[in-house]
Every structure is written in C-alpha cells, then in structure tokens.
Design a protein around this ligand. Sequence first.
Ligand code: NAD
Length: 512
Amino acid sequence: MSFIVEGNGEQQVELLLNELLGTSEFGSWIDGELVTGKGDDIELINPATGQTFLIYRDAGKDIVADAAAAAINAQKLWWSMTASVRGQLMWKCGMKIREAAESLARLECISAGKPIRDCRVEVAKVAEMFEYYAGWCDKIMGQVIPVPTTHLNYTRHEPYGVVTQITPWNAPIFTGGWQIAPAICAGNAVLLKPSELTPLSSTVLVKILEQAGIPRGLVNVINGLGHTTGTAAIANPATKKVVFVGSPQTGALIASAAAQRVIPCVLELGGKSANIIFPDADLDRAVVGAQAAVFSAAGQSCVSGARLLVHRNVYQEVVDRVASAASRLPVGLPWQEGTMVGPINNQKQFNHVHSLVSDSIAEGAIVAAGGKPSEIFGGENGYFYQPTVLANVKNNMRVAQEEIFGPVVSVISFDDEEEAVALANDSRFGLAGAVWTADVGRAHRMAAQVNAGTFWVNSYKAINVMSPFGGFGESGYGRSSGYEGLLEYTQTKSVWVETAKDSAIQFGYSIQ
Ligand code: NAD
C-alpha cells in the first residue's frame, strides 16, 4: 500500500487532482464546476517539508453569490425528490467514497500532513457518515399532537434551505463529510468553506458526491480566506444557518455575524479535555489510552486529552511510563507507513505549541519527554514536534488552560475524587473527558460531574457518527452527529388542520 512522495509532493498532488477532480487546476467547486477565485493568491504548504506545493485564488464575494444561487436551485430539486430516492443517492455516495478511498487518503496525507494510516481511517469514516444518514432520509418523521380542539395538529421537520458550513484544517475531509451528510439528509443545500490551508480533499469529496448522483450545486465548496469568502457566505441572504467548526475566537466572530442576520448557529469549538487516572485503574490500558488521547493526529484534535490528571499514588509511575512510550513513538513523514506522529499542520500552530511548552518550563513544569522540535530526515523544514510529556504542571499554568493543539500532554496530580472533578472543571472548555478506574460507582459519578459534551470510561476518543457530539462551555453549542446532529439541520413546523363540520365556531364570529 505504501506510496512514494517526492520533494514537496507537488507532482503527486497534481496526479491525484487529475484523477479525482479531472483537472490539476484548483479553485472553488460551484454548481458542478471548478471556478477560479477572484481574490488574492493562497499558497498551500506541505506541512512535512515547509514548501509550497500549490497556489490558488481566494473565491471572494461574487463566487459566493454564484454558489448561493446554484444552491438555491439545487435545493428545490433535491427537496422535490422522494425521501427514499435521496437515501439511495446518499448510500451511493458512501460506495463512491469507498472506491476512491486510497486516493482520497493520499491527497489528505500530503496536503494536511496527517499520517497515512490515520487518513485511511478518516476516509472510511466519511463513507460511514453517508451510509448512516442515507438510512435517516426516509425516517425524519414529525408527530401528531393530541391537541384539545377539533384540529389535527402535526409537525414537519423541514430543511433550512441553504446552510453555510465553515471547517478547520485538522481533519478536513472528516469534518466536511461529518457536516455535509446530515445537512443534505435533512434536505438542505450547502456552501462549504474549508480551511484555506487544507481545501483539497473537501473539494474532491463533493465531485465524488456528484458522481454518485447528488445534484450539482447541492454542495458547493467556496475556497478561500475566512474574513473574505467565509464572511461573504454568512452575509449572503441565501444562508439560513451557519455550522462552524474551529477555534473559539473565530466562533465568537461567526456567532456575532450570524446574530446580525438573526440566523442560528452551531459552534463546534476547541477543548482542553481532562483524562483522569485513579490508582485502581488498569494502568497498562490507561497508559496506552493516555498516549492515544494526545499523540494521535499529533495532538491536533479538538478532543485531545491534553490534561492528564493522575492520582498522587501512581503519579510518578504514570509519568515515567507515558514519557518512555512517548520517546519511542515513530515520528516521521506522514506518507511513510510506520509513522504514527506526523507534523503540525502549519508554522503558526507550530510556534504556538513551542511557545506554550517553553512558557510552562519557565513556570516550573518538568520535561519528562520531548519538549522541542523533532528532526526528521527528508522533513528538515517541516513542522515536526517531539511527543512531549510535561510533569509537575499546575492547572493554572497557561499550558493547562489554553488549547495547545499539538503532541503535548500536561500531567497534573490530584489527591481525591473531589479534587479531580474540581481540576477537570477548572477550564473554560468542556468538550470531552475520561476516567480510568475499576470502581463502577466512581466511573458514573465522574461521568455525571465532569463538564463535557463527551465522556469516556476506561477508553478515549471513541466517537461515531451515530452518537451526538458537541461542547459544554466555550467548547460551543449545538450538536453534530447522530439524530441530534440531524435535527440541527431541520426546523420544526407545526401544522393545524380544522376537522370540525362547523369550522367557524371557534372564532366567535357568525356567517352573514
Ligand atoms: P480557525 O477558527 O482559525 O478557522 C476555522 C475556519 O474558520 C477556517 O475555515 C477559517 O478560514 C474560517 N474563518 C476564520 N475567520 C473567519 C471569519 N471572520 N469569518 C468566517 N470564517 C472565518 O480554526 P483552525 O485554526 O482552522 O482550527 C483549529 C481549531 O478548530 C481548534 O480550536 C480546534 O479545537 C477546533 N476544532 C473543533 C472541533 C470540534 O468539533 N469541536 C473539531 C476540529 C477542530
């Protein structure tokens, strides 16, 4: 399965774009066609080499307007189809994604810098998303409400029409599929604005959906910058809801732009999740879980277990074991089969990770493993960072309070259950959390008390399209995935039908 990437990956990307998109030109995907942007040039940089491999142009306002017009038309067509036909077409999307899976994974691997093994898993999950929501298309049912009058009152879950989705760079195709599938399942059209840093796989995905029979224009990918193209999409009158996945800072801006237009938002934001180990836990499993929680995707995961809270009695043992494992993890070029930790996606993020680590050391943290950039043969200018374990961290340090989004775990000690809960909840975020314990009662007590949208017991990072996902606190609001995620893409209409013979009676007026 291994594939060769030469230099900065430019040639390989060109081949993959030709295969998947039918052209190696790049721009926005509007109404079933590739359209060159009208704004500034945007450079795509290979995270493993630090070199530019493609330049495209920011879409801008006019292209957003074209996309909105196409979406309005396509949504009418889509909504006029029967629910079962829509479901069949969505099922075919899953099949087409599986057929193109290896090429999609390779494109994602080079352009986002994610290890190929992770990209394969993520692409398979995108296929699952379409398969799962294919089944929902003809099961979106309202209710008949037994109102105390002569009316038949029932509800309908109707689509918003056109929704704008704005996504980040850390899991581009996964996040795109995660939001497109429920949106179109509910009958909406989509304007998708992926991160300007990682637009390739989302764009190609939409071409594949069209090959499966999804009408052109139903999903449009507007590629460009947030403050130009993203802003234009939210401001466009066609947009009736915004679903945003990204940082809390941008989320706040987006919610305020949506509020100006009185349209609703879903915000899936960052996290600083607590992964809590009690002394009665199966430590072998907990140590593996602690690594998976923070080193997979090089820590660039919203649910990353970046705060490892460990009971004082096993603190040193856990620090030593996680540090020893961290220093042996294969960091490397993302397209090498054995790589488990790839580069950080971009220079700005890389600098942020290093700055938080350096600050923590100045504040008294002890580096048990890593703590500096990683030198990789063939990736000398890439953004590689050593899997890092910081011991002696206090929860009020910057490294324990700010999202780091890198392969760095801060290990914090606690003395009892109450303190563990207090530390876990001493965060502005509330995306996820976990506990490792053999005590069933304690497991449920922790699950009930930790402020988090997702909580794992003796596990970490188990997520599935069937289960709702979202944040508490500054990790956002609204839910993605599962039935709750589907309902976010619908609005409820209550229909009242008079069934009485003399329907005018209730108004108190008489027929003249
Ligand atoms: P970001 O907020 O910088 O950018 C996200 C998207 O918003 C990009 O597409 C960007 O172009 C766009 N954007 C920026 N400014 C905008 C504006 N003014 N108007 C409209 N759009 C704008 O986030 P990022 O750095 O790309 O991603 C990392 C963040 O994403 C982290 O905080 C991470 O936790 C979060 N994230 C959350 C989840 C989740 O489900 N909760 C999942 C993945 C990532």
